[in-house]
Design a protein around this ligand. Structure first.
Ligand SMILES: *Cc1c(COP(=O)(O)O)cnc(C)c1O
Length: 351
């Protein structure tokens, strides 16, 4: 598929400082832009990264027709640039689009646009352990019309940002019993901009209380575990890997799915089901809460240091002792950088 490409005459690559990289602040030279109008996706363009012109009346900023994806490209030891499970992001983007009455994007258009963009900016993919090129596809209603109905015009854009090895300190989390991220029947399963807007205040309040992150619970009873911040959440209880089952209020993480697959490959017992808060409290009291962590593209695994429920802070074992989460984080990295076999065909070269 030929994509009309305008190569930048002002590359910023020479200014890239990998030692002092802040997440999401520096952008690669190019972006993919595809407009949707008259009921069809128009010709894709690759352009120099930069500002876009939009109508102040556009649907996205008034009525929230906006969604995004998050994925990464990695550079292997041999210098090959690869994507991790990009079809899964494409499929999820379309699930989100359906829920928000936005047009779906054909697989070949998404994949070809993505690959050509990342191939063009291949020099922006750092060749260092733990480093990657974070890729941000975003789609939004761009029609300027204040009537409340699905927009008839959209923009789909992909742009990229080099990311350093994200080593996060283990986090203190609190189980949230007042605010809700998403409810059954809502759109928590969609990677919709609005889900993020609504979670900022509860996250800020939790920060002020000294927590890094919130463990969201169900919106009906605040009795069941849902997610950890903007990550899926998993526990190892008495040797079993347990995570909330997918629902309309839980985002189906690609990392979540990959971790569950590896656990099953390794013969570990895996349960996807509802998890009552009380089960975590009881497991802790019985000394059986062996591990707790978030999963997501940015950090892969974010170890949880302690979980506070009401007045009790439950301390998890030292990170060094957590066999499963350390092993799975290492294995996922090894697959991505081409240093371990890839039995599930997760790794896709861009060229
Ligand atoms: C993006 C996201 C995740 C993680 O998904 P990955 O595909 O693993 O990056 C989990 N929860 C929420 C709410 C998210 O938005």
């Amino acid at each position: 598929m030929p994509i009309h490409t305008t190569v930048t005459t002002a590359s910023q690559l020479a200014n890239l400082d990998l030692e002092n990289l802040q997440f999401g602040k520096v952008f690669a030279d190019h972006m993919l832009v595809i407009d949707y109008k008259n009921g069809a996706w128009q010709e894709p363009h690759i352009l120099p990264y930069g500002p876009i012109e939009v109508s102040p009346a556009m649907a996205a900023i008034h009525y929230g027709q906006a969604l995004f994806e998050g994925m990464k490209a990695y550079k292997t030891k041999e210098g090959e640039v690869v994507l991790f499970r990009p079809q899964a992001n494409w499929a999820r983007l379309n699930e989100s689009a359906k829920r928000l009455c936005m047009p779906e994007i054909p697989e070949d258009l998404f994949m070809e646009g993505l690959k050509q963009l990342v191939a063009l900016d291949a020099d922006w993919v750092p060749q260092r352990p733990g480093y990657s090129l974070y890729i941000r596809p975003v789609m939004f209603g761009s029609e300027g019309l204040l009537g409340v109905r699905p927009a008839e015009e959209y923009k789909f854009i992909i742009f990229c940002s080099p990311a350093s090895s994200y080593y996060a300190e283990p986090v203190r989390v609190k189980i949230e019993e007042h605010y809700t991220r998403a409810v059954e029947g809502g759109f928590g399963f969609a990677k919709a901009a609005g889900n993020y807007g609504g979670s900022l205040l509860p996250a800020k309040l939790a920060h002020q209380e000294g927590y890094h992150q919130i463990i969201w619970t169900d919106g009906r009873e605040h009795n069941f575990i849902e997610e950890s911040g903007t990550m899926n959440v998993m526990f190892v209880i008495d040797g079993t890997l347990v995570t909330p089952a997918l629902s309309t209020s839980i985002l189906a993480g690609v990392t979540r799915d990959s971790v569950l697959q590896l656990a099953r490959d390794w013969g570990m017992k895996v349960e996807e089901r509802r998890i009552p808060i009380q089960e975590i409290v009881d497991a802790y009291a019985a000394g059986k809460l062996e591990d707790a962590f978030g999963t997501g593209t940015a950090a892969t695994i974010a170890h949880i240091k302690s979980i506070t429920y009401q007045d009790q802070e439950m301390m998890l074992p030292p990170v060094a002792d957590r066999k499963f989460s350390n092993r799975v984080a290492q294995e996922l990295d090894a697959i991505r950088y081409g240093m371990a076999p890839d039995p599930h065909g997760w790794v896709v070269p861009v060229q």
